[in-house]
Every structure is written in C-alpha cells, then in structure tokens.
Design a protein around this ligand. Structure first.
Ligand code: ASP
Length: 348
C-alpha cells in the first residue's frame, strides 16, 4: 500500500465563507471529511502546518514546509502540499531548490473554490494530486492543478478566477491527468523514474535568504529609490521590458550605486516581464550596454518566480564568490533552464 502525507497550509481549498470574505478556516480533520474517494490502495495521513492565505507566505513558512517533509521523508511514498494559489508558483520554485533530487514526489495543489462549496475544483485537484503522488514513476517537485502537471520551476498563476489557474512557462507540461489516468508527456529523470534507476538521495536545504527584491520597470520610472533598494536587499532582479535592458535614465544611478559594492555583495539579475521565451540581453543595444557595463546575471528562460527563488536559495550562503554565485545560478536544476550559459569573468 502507498502512503501519502498531505500537509495543509490554508488557501482557498481550505477556506470557509465569513462575513468579511473567504478565510482559511478548515481544520485538517474537516478537510479529511471532504476527501474524494481514492480507493483502498492508498493510505493518507493529514498534517496541518498553517491555516493562512498564501498572500502571507514568508521564507519562514517555506523553511517549515521543507522541515515537515524532511522529518517524514522516510515514512511516506509521496507528499501533497495544499497551498493557496496566489503564491503557489513561488513556493513550488523554492521547494524545487530546497529539496533537490527527491525520488519521492512532492506535489503542490490548491483550488480556486473551497472544498466545501457545491461547485468546486478542490476535489478533483486533490484526487489528481494524491493519485500522482502515489504513482511509482512520479518524482521531484510539481504542481498538479486542473488536470495539468507542471514542473515546480516552471509554474505561473495566469488566471485569478477560473479553474485552469496555472500555466507551464517555457517548458511543456510534464503530464496530464484525465479521469484518474496519468498521461506523461515528459519522461525526463527530473520528474519521472525509470524502473532500473538507481535510488537518489534527496538533498535538503533549510536556509533561505529572503532579501531578494523584484523590480518591475515601467516607462519613465524614477531611479531615486535604487540606492535604498540595493541597501536593504542582497539581490535585485529587474523585470525589464522584452528581451531586456535598462533605460538610459537609470544607468547613471545604477553605476553609482553598484560601484560601492563588490559583485557578490549585491547581486543584479535581469529577467523579462514578457511571459514566454525569456530574456536575451544580446539582442538590443540597451541590453548589450547593460551586460557590458555591470556584473549581471541573466534569467534567460527561467521564470521570474524561479529566478527569485534560486537567488534566495543560493544567497543563503553569503560567503560565496561572484564566480560561484554565477556557476550555481546558471546550473540547470529541475529543468528550470534549458539554456547553457558560460559564466562571464567580468567583475565590477
Ligand atoms: N488568496 C488565496 C491564497 O492564495 C487564493 C487561493 O488559494 O486560490 O491563499
């Protein structure tokens, strides 16, 4: 018999209607009462970690989720984390870095409508997640939602109301679950175990650096906050326009600010606000100018959620050199990037 541990954190799936709107308020025992029929071959335990809206998710909660999985890792065949949808993509990315090489599946799921409502996606999402987590071929961190299985490093919430809330960015979906049947599209070893595969040992990290700031550019943005943003953060990820670049009006301030720090002290990374296909600084003069003047990391085809999460994970160790930070950022993990990048020798 397969043993699955469900960890609950709150979110819409476990919410109830209050006079002030939906609030997470369902205990794990109440949730158990709503569990769909799974059949006798899967044993399920439920443990409540938090009862919160995922808007309030912090680095401490991520560490608590990782610890809960690590403590029970040997006792279960798979894990399902019930989570609010709003920050689920960040949590999925963070878990992909904090728990690497897991032979056991760690599935995140949630719902757009509470499990106690008459019309809800919660039951099918939970049922699919449990089936997927109990499948002997599943491994690694994934989101299971609305019949899609998405790599933890590639998910983005793309709909705020309707059931198909998540998309897989710059990587095909790993699988589809249809009427309880798993149809696998990607059999990459990051997500799918072969019968003869040797056992891997999961690598857990239990530290993370939350001081990573995501700055979305808008035309005509004033650079005056840049010194403060860099002062209070260890890394700034700039969500640029299109293939990437910095407006000329910000360059002077950026040069001034960064000249006061070593590259490993304050990390500058570039991503794009365009959903698909990633950044490519080489394409335009504005991007080349940036790459030519600063020590910079480029997220390329990584999602911005993964770029932020990866930096938080890397910078948990503040003793790393700029070369080592680059090496770790560009090293593909759980299919977070398909592009090979050689680190640049430039130092600020
Ligand atoms: N605000 C909720 C949350 O993220 C939304 C949801 O779960 O769908 O916790």
């Amino acid at each position: 018999m397969k043993k699955i541990l469900i960890l609950t954190t709150g979110g819409t799936i476990a919410s109830v209607q209050s006079p002030d709107g939906l609030v997470p308020g369902m205990s794990s025992e109440q949730l158990r009462g709503h569990l769909p029929q799974i059949g006798a071959r899967i044993a399920i335990d439920i443990r409540e970690l938090f009862q919160m809206d995922s808007t309030d998710m912090t680095a401490d909660h991520w560490v608590a989720i990782v610890r809960a999985i690590r403590e029970s890792y040997d006792d279960y065949d798979g894990f399902v984390v019930c989570h609010g949808t709003d920050t689920m993509a960040y949590t999925a990315a963070v878990l992909s870095y904090m728990i690497r090489d897991s032979d056991k599946p760690i599935v995140l799921t949630g719902a757009q409508r509470p499990i106690g409502f008459e019309i809800t996606d919660a039951k099918s999402n939970l049922q699919d997640s449990i089936l997927y987590a109990a499948d002997p071929r599943s491994r690694g961190v994934q989101i299971v939602f609305a019949g899609k299985v998405i790599a933890g490093t590639r998910a983005r919430k793309v709909r705020s109301m309707s059931f198909s809330a998540f998309a897989s960015i710059n990587l095909p979906e790993i699988a589809e679950i249809n009427n309880g049947r798993i149809i696998r599209y990607l059999t990459d070893p990051a997500f799918c175990r072969g019968e003869s595969d040797a056992k891997a040992t999961a690598l857990f990290s239990d530290q993370i650096d939350p001081k990573v700031f995501l700055l979305k550019l808008t035309p005509s943005m004033s650079p005056e906050l840049l010194p403060e943003i860099f002062r209070v953060n260890d890394a700034v990820v700039i969500e640029s326009f299109g293939a990437g670049g910095i407006p000329a009006s910000m360059e002077g301030t950026l040069t001034e600010v960064l000249s006061g720090y070593r590259p490993e002290e304050k990390i500058l990374a570039m991503t794009t606000q365009v959903t698909y296909e990633g950044s490519h600084l080489e394409t335009y003069e504005v991007g080349r100018r940036l790459a030519g003047s600063f020590s910079i990391l480029e997220a390329r085809d990584m999602t911005l959620e993964s770029a932020v999460a990866k930096l938080m994970w890397i910078l948990a160790d503040r003793s790393l050199s700029w070369e080592e930070i680059q090496r770790r950022f560009y090293e593909p993990i759980a299919k977070d990037t398909l592009i090979e990048v050689s680190p640049s020798p430039r130092t600020r």
